[in-house]
Write a new protein. Structure first.
Length: 233
């Protein structure tokens, strides 16, 4: 079974890249304004809690990006359509960036909160593993000359690595970790005040717009690289 490349949809979205760029900038400005200037300090952590507005959306999208990567790898194994490799290759560097942001900001947040820059906490460790999984996926494509072999190995790696996603998600429930349990797992009754939830949602929306914008750019680059590779053959 072969799925036709939805070039019309992708091209239509790419033509709207200037709109995505402007929307992303506006969303970040609004999100940072509410996060820094228009939200209260935490009654326990004080102003150091404000890094949550950068850290939490990055962590969410790091996991979401890898989930998309793993689904693309599964789809490639089923349909053997190169578009799914393009999807996975396009999202991988963005997910790695989000994971790095989550690790760095988490470390900065951990110093005043836990008294240390790093602890081999279950969630911290599994997030570090996630970064290595992203790096391994990217390096597989860059180091293996035979692209058919690279496609098989990278797809297998992407699928196997998905095991780490529920470990990250439920680590705070399965083990005694430094991280607190989820505070907005139920949107109907989140245990976070609306004054903090609003900037968090704005920053999450800004991150999503950034993800879509960079993904479209990366997809265009990967598509051009594939065309050049075909011509060279």
């Amino acid at each position: 079974m072969y799925i036709k490349l939805p070039n019309g949809i992708i091209d239509s979205l790419r033509r709207r890249l200037p709109i995505f760029n402007i929307a992303t900038l506006i969303a970040f400005i609004l999100g940072l304004y509410y996060a820094i200037l228009n939200s209260p300090p935490d009654y326990l952590q004080g102003d150091s809690m404000r890094i949550m507005y950068v850290h939490v959306p990055a962590a969410w999208l790091a996991l979401s990006s890898y989930s998309f990567l793993a689904l693309s790898c599964i789809a490639w194994f089923i349909f053997r359509n190169p578009i799914f490799n393009l999807f996975a290759k396009s999202i991988a560097p963005i997910g790695a960036l989000f994971t790095l942001i989550a690790l760095v900001t988490g470390s900065i947040w951990g110093k005043p909160t836990w008294g240390t820059w790093w602890a081999w906490d279950a969630r911290l460790t599994s997030m570090l593993i996630l970064f290595f999984l992203y790096a391994a996926y990217i390096m597989t494509w860059q180091t293996i000359v035979n692209k058919d072999l690279a496609a098989k190995i990278s797809a297998a790696l992407g699928i196997i690595g998905f095991i780490n996603i529920p470990i990250i998600k439920f680590s705070v429930d399965w083990w005694n970790t430094l991280h607190q349990p989820a505070t907005i797992s139920k949107l109907s009754a989140p245990s976070i005040h609306i004054s903090m939830l609003t900037p968090l949602m704005l920053m999450t929306f800004a991150y999503i717009l950034f993800l879509v914008t960079v993904f479209l750019m990366r997809y265009k680059i990967e598509t051009l690289d594939q065309k050049i590779l075909r011509v060279s053959k």
